[in-house]
Ligand binder design. Sequence first.
Ligand code: ADP
Length: 651
Amino acid sequence: MIGPGADPFVGGGLLVATAIVTVWWAFVFRRQLPLERLLRDKEAELASARDLAARLLDAQALASRPAQALAEAAGRALDALRVSHSDLALAVVSRRRDGTGVLLAHRGGAWARVPVSCLRFDFVLLSRGSTDGEAVWELGPGPAESDPLARALSDLGFTAAVVRGWRTEEGAGALVAASSRSGPSLRAAGADLAMAAAALRATAALTEGLVRLLETRERLQGGLSAAMQELTQTHDRLLRKSLEVKTLHDVAMALSQAGRHSSSLEAIVAIVSKALEADLVAFLLLDETTGELVTQPEAFGVEAEEFLYRISLEDSRSSSVRVFKTRRPFITGDAQNDPGTIASYAKMWSIHSLMVLPLIVEDHVLGVMRVGSHRKNAFGDEQLSLIQVIAEEVSILVETAMLNRRLSETAEQLATLNRMKDEFVSTVSHEFKTPLTTITGFLSVMLDGETGPLTQQQMKFLQIAKAAAKRLSGLVSDLLDLSRLESGARMELRPLDLLELVSQSVENHQPAAAEGGKTISWTPPAGLPRALADERWLGLVVDNLVSNALKFTRPEGRVAVTARDKGEFLIVSVADDGIGIPQEDRERIFERFHRASNRAELNVPGTGLGLAISREVIAKHGGKIWFETETGKGSTFHFVVPAARSEEDES
Ligand code: ADP
């Protein structure tokens, strides 16, 4: 048992133990303390290295200026190194393709005095540095040094140098540190130099990669923009081509409508003006009577008074005249200042750009086509060749339009003349009618002996006069009938007993037939329906046919009249065995005043109006009249008129 008054041996033992522990701790602490310090130092180094690396690898600077980035990074690395190693002269050298070096950055020391020729990577110092990673060089005095860089540094008063090199895929570089105090200060900086060199290597590699990337990007961009440019050009070309094709299609459509629409030329003018964005499209055609080129009405952008614009073919200043004469197109980008055009006309139309093309049909020049624009240089070769194709296509249309215009002008003049003639005939016939009636009346009175006895000769002369007056009155009434028909006389269509009408006519002609020893046969068919006809006018037709048949048969000739039911129509035929109608007259026999060439054979009077009147009358009934004939043997005239329908019949 151990009590308060303890054994002194035990107390001494405790003291010894305590001392041993203390010594042990002291020993441990002595070993630990420097280690901790070293750790702290290393951590600080690491932090500064990280900071340096972060600053060196300034990504933004790399991206925007990769070519200078390495030099800037080198500068920053050297600045950082100089903070802790201010006694060192530092430089960063980079290798060019040819092996020579270039001084990227330097701090401390008179680097400017180091000749560039010393910075070759195939020289000892730099090449060792860049191959082995590090070269430590003790610099001897002056000329004894064989390496030019070592010699140069030695000349500058440095006694030692360290070169830390690096290689990248495409290049190499080195960090050179020189000291005039030799060994210790360089050794102290060794780790920092190694770290800086590593960081610069990384920067160099990154820079190379970036430069490659940028070059690729530029190449791609270049290729892309060239492709885009070509694409845009192709697109524009296609657009122009499609516009051309559409224009030609529209023109072809307008041309195919030609003949049906008189406005085709206007349509083409509109198409051309739209397709070429032209402000003027006009055709100037040659007026052969005056020898001038005249602006046609089918135009675009031409004011009313400008249609009076005419150019004499003598005027050689005019581009239109030249094109007309040479048959070669003309184009100018500024007509108002082109000696090849008449500036005043270009100004009148406010035209700058102008194309003039010849209009040719079968080697005959009709005129020219002018296409103008208010803009300068609006037309080029493409527009010219397009408009040339169009000009060739429209030439015929232009000619047709021109001929049509002339034709309709002539037709209008003819219609006016015809109207005047009809009015004249109608007036004169009316004026003839009354005196003729008077003459015939007095002649009849005298021939009847009411004015006293007549000698044989007087009788004969008066009879001739009466026959002539009768013929004259026949002519007058034919003329009046024709004039009435042509001025629109309407048929009074009513159910009509055709048998009665024909019988009456045959009976009326019997005396004349008998006079010439001729016969008229007429057998009315049973049950013939009634015709739908105008009694007076149809009576004239039957009288005319029977009278002609008698007139153009020889003495003792025979005339046969027949009528037949043809369902909806009734047909009446008058046949004779007379002189017939010669071949050459057949086509014109229904024309006014036309009488056949063989009429002289029988010397019969006539006006040449009867058949013309008959054709008009039958046409107005909705019927038809025609004939069969054999020269010298006879003719048969037929006509059809509508039969009256039963309800019309009943009414
Ligand atoms: P016109 O009898 O007054 O001469 P038409 O117009 O009736 O006039 O007849 C025109 C011409 O047609 C006649 O002049 C005659 O030459 C010819 N012609 C008409 N009918 C006959 C016929 N039946 N036979 C022969 N020629 C005829």
